[in-house]
Each structure stands twice: as structure tokens, then as C-alpha cells.
Design a protein around this ligand. Sequence first.
Ligand code: GLU
Length: 580
Amino acid sequence: MRQYRALVRRTWICVQCRANSSVASPNGLRASSKPKSGLPSEPARTRFAPSPTGYLHLGSLRTALFNYLLAKRTGGQFLLRIEDTDQKRTIPGAEERLYEDLQWTGLQWDEGPNVGGPYGPYRQSERTALYQSHANDLITSGHAYRCFCSVERLDALNRQRNQAGLPLGYDRTCFDISAEESAERAAKGEPYVVRLKADQYPMFEDLVYGKTGQNRAGKKQLELIDRVYDDPILLKSDGHPTYHLANVVDDHHMKITHVIRGTEWMASTPLHVALYNAFQWTPPQFGHVPLLVDRNGQKLSKRNADIDISIFRDRDGIIPDALVNFAALLGWSHTQKSDVFTLGELENIFNLKITKGNATVVFDKLWFLQKAHAQRCAAQGGPAFESLVERTTKVAEQKWSQEQLNQILQGRSLSWLVADLLRADAKSFTTPDEFLTRNKTFFTTNIERPPYTPTTTTTTSTTDDPLSALHTLSAALTLVPESHWTADAHRANITDYLNATTENKSKEEKKALTKEMYHYLRWALSGGASGPGIPETMVILGRAETVRRLTDAREATKKSWKKYSLPGVAKGSEGSGEKV
Ligand code: GLU
């Protein structure tokens, strides 16, 4: 114990003091001139050790991510280990899904199933003999013993203690069996479990919480008559290890230096440290990351969104970097100017500044990050953008009939349209479905326009006849030939026209007409729906459809425009809405 404390103290001080202070500035991110908070000076070997009893969810993704980032940030290795000791609770197919989901997030493991490595196999069910031999070593060294008590006896013991209001535990009946008798009974095939002789659990230095542990004695009750001990089972009667034994043996043999895991495992860590001590092994450093809670402070559960991450991918169309970015901010703090990071950027800036308090999951942040990453993807192109286009195109195919799409596409490809739309309006990208609904005007020739209402803030008369100015611009825009049908050309035309029309007008009048003009064009082209800018809208719609919409809109307002309550125009009744 003293030895362990000394070790922890020494390592802890070294990490703080020797932390590398010169960090190159990756991708324009702020380089830290301060020590890398809590980062080890040596490359870290970390692992993600899921059990295939469930799928990857937000909490386990965050655990995997922090381990991955710690390894990458320090130039170490990230391992994947499948902890499938609880065969009864294993879900068929869960292991494959874990691989698929982790790969989708980009957290590629350096060692583990499918990729191998020097300390494999990386699936615990293939390492049983190793655990058995280590359990035997502990029996030999006196740190563990065989327990032949039947389940019935243990149940009865606990029932009695429960009725007497005493703490539950084991009474160490089998501890006094001699080594010879124990070996003989085992050799004869009598069923037994192996228990750790746990008299005292050590405190440990947690990377996040500092010195922790209960320092409680394994002896829960000191009076002889009621002696009861924790003495946890290491090896079950079927010869399989419990989580505690397998986890410690593997972390040691796989040379894991840092274990980052959820606080739900914190209560087990003193036992793990006791096991390391019993084996005379150096424990890794432990860092427990805070619980994820909802806005009401409730632990995330399946009901309140601690859901399988494939749902974020398949139902919501979340971009992997957006989800990773979201998970990274759950309990980790940084000093960068913005919260938006790709996985690659996180690899360069991660540190162990992890909060102790519960991390509140606020999904608005996920949508903010989704929009930010959609804009990045659209600006940069590449595989991430292609996959966004592909996913959104699939949703569009389900949303509109082929016939309807053909009418608007006029021979163009749907993914081309979706890609253009994403480039023009990525700032509003939440889910593919919401994005397409917002931009539905691009997928149908059948647009609905409410009656035209001039902007209410237009307070001054800009021309004697504002609608006629709008009509003139609209008509002029339809004269642009196909060869010049670009957003830049349209932008320049609109600006030139506005400048010419308002040459002798005040700044205020110019502003008012500009506003009215964009308002009119948006109404004409998309029924007023928000979306990409007007020049981009014209390009995405294509010349033929734009000309058709502008012409129809002029027709719709021609006969009745005098009725509109425009500045400088006599007030009258509302114009009629037209369906085009
Ligand atoms: N198999 C455990 C789990 O499912 C691993 C806990 C740990 O990281 O030690 O979360």
C-alpha cells in the first residue's frame, strides 16, 4: 500500500511538472503555452472495453473518445477490448455493431479485434486460461482462496443477515480450509469459486477526482460473531472470471497506462487497486468521467436519450464529427475560441481538464454543432460531404415521387441538386428531413404562394410605382442567357439594377427598395420560404424553372398590384394569392 501511494505521488507530480509546454498550433487552433493539463509526458496506452451486452450509446462513446484522444494526443495507442465474460447477457450481433458504430465515428483502434496487436487476443472469452492461471497464483500467494459454499448456503446467510438488519457479505467459512484440503476437493471436481481475501481497500489518486476511495476495511463488521467480508469472487464456479479479475489481468498484460471510464465504475476501483497490489503489479492511472444527466439532473437513460448512437446516425442524419464534437464537450473543457472541432482537431488539443460535476446533455448544442459541421463539410467537400449528400438524397427519394422529382430535375441528377442545395444552405442543416422540408420548393414545380404582402418596414416611397420596379428587375433577370446563369452574374445584375434605380434616392430609400426587392424575389421564387440566397436559388432551380416562376409571379401581381398597400401607392384591398 505504501509502495502504491509513493508511486502515485511520484507519477502525479512528474506529470504536472514535466508536462510539455510547447504545442504546435494545429489548424489554426490556439497553441497552449501552458503545461498540457494533466497529460502524461510519456505516450499513453488506453483502451475502450465495452461488453457486448448493449450498443454504443452517448455515454460509452464519450468514454471511448476520451481514451482515444488521450492516446492520440500523447502519441500512444488506443486499444479495443471486448469484455464478453458475461455470456448470458451478451446480445447477438452487438459486437459487430460496436465495430461498425465506432468506425463510423472515426475512432479507429490501433490494437484489438479485426486489427490484432502484440497483446491479443482482444476478446476476453478467448483468454480464460490466463485468468484461471492468475487466480491460481493468488491462491498460492495467499491473496485468494477457494470457496466451496453452495448458493443455497450463501442465500440463507444473506437472508438471515438481512432479517437481523446486518450488512450482507461472506462469513469466510472456507477461508480456514487448509491448502491441501482445498486443492484435493478441487481436484475431485467439487464446485468452487475463487474469492479475493479483501481486508482493506486502498485509496487511490484519481486523475479527475483526486484522492478517493473509502479506505474501508473489507471487514464490514468487526464483532467476531457477525464477521462478514466483501471477499469478492474473482473466478466463478464455471471457471470463467468475473469482470474485476479479467479487467485487471488484461489491463496489466495489455500494458494499459491510463484507464478513463465512467464514474459508475469508481466504486470498483479500490478493489481493482487491491488486486494490482495482490499481484504486485503497478496499477494504471485511473480517471473517472462524470455522469451524463438531462436538464432535470436525471441520469441519462434510454427514455431520455442515452440512446444507441446509430439512431443519431440513421434516424437523425447526424454527421459523425458533430456527434464526436458533442460527446467531447460532455465534461471536458478547453480554452479555444470556438466549440467546433473535428476529430482531427480534438486529437491535437485534448487534455485531461475534466469536470467533476455531472455533465448536462443539452441537445440544442448537438444541433448547433450539426449546422457548423455541415457548413464545414460543404465548404471542404471530400468523403464526409459525399456521405452527407448521399444520405440526404436517399431521404429526398423517399419524400417525393420519382415523377414529381423528374419534373423539376429535367434530366439533372438528384444528388447534384442536393449537393448544390447543401452548399448553398448548409447553415440550416439539422436532419436531412428538416432540411429538405425547409427547401421543399426545390423539389417540386408545384409551389404555393401566399398573397403578396410588401415588407412592413418599407416606410418611404422609393419609386412612384414600386411594384413596377420589381417587375422590371424580375423581367430583366429572365433575360440572362443559360451561358451566364451563375450566382455571381445574378448578384451583379441585382446590384446594378438597384444602383441605377435609386441613383438619386436617399440611403434610406435605397435600403427600403433593396429589402422590398429581395422580399419580392423570394416570394416569387419560393413562395417566401427561407433558404439559400436569391442568386443561389436561381442557379439551383435552373433557368427554365426560374423564368417560369418569375413570369408567373409577375402575372399574379400584375392585375392586382395597384391594390397593394405599398409606400407611395394608394391603399387598397389585399391581392389574391395565386397557386402556380
Ligand atoms: N466492460 C466494462 C463496461 O462495459 C468496462 C469498464 C472499464 O472500463 O473498466 O463498461
